[in-house]
Design a protein around this ligand. Structure first.
Ligand code: DQA
Length: 148
């Protein structure tokens, strides 16, 4: 059975392509999904690719991932900076998690410098645009094949 990874996207990421292209680029979420699917194939992974604007829906998807997926790639959007509930959901299911952001959150407004997700993630990839998702898949493959 191939390893399966959940790639989860939070609020407003459904608007990628038209949303503040000077910050987030012109790649759409559908483009990112397509690229993740071909990258996952080269790594021998299956993926489930989801997006929700709701904090509760994201938490439900993380809970449902337990036992079904070997790892999580999460761009929680603005919930990154506010959601103790999402952080707790990741701790609860104990899934190795790679945090992704298209933009470099550390050179943006101070309120974006704090990440609750980082406190429970293996690591954070930010600032490389859509390519960050490819990097996250590599990072997860490395981790899952050679756990620390
Ligand atoms: C983001 C960064 C967040 O601060 C912002 O709220 C987003 C997108 C990113 O991918 O760069 O919605 O997660």
């Amino acid at each position: 059975m191939p390893l399966s990874v959940l790639i989860l996207n939070g609020p407003n990421l459904n608007l990628l392509g038209t949303r503040q292209p000077e910050v987030y680029g012109t790649t759409t979420l559908a483009d990112i999904e397509r690229d993740c699917r071909s990258k996952a194939e080269t790594l021998g992974f299956e993926i489930e690719f989801r997006q929700s604007n709701g904090e509760g829906a994201l938490i439900d998807l993380i809970h449902a991932a337990r036992g079904r997926h070997a790892g999580l790639i999460l761009n929680a959007g603005a919930y990154t900076h506010t959601s103790i509930a999402l952080m707790d959901a990741i701790s609860s299911v104990e899934l190795p998690t790679v945090e992704v952001h298209l933009s470099n959150i550390h050179r943006r407004e101070p309120f974006r410098h704090q990440s609750y997700i980082s406190k429970v993630a293996l690591g954070q990839i930010c600032g490389f645009g859509a390519f960050g998702y490819q990097m996250a898949l590599d990072a997860l493959a490395h981790h899952l094949r050679r756990p620390a």
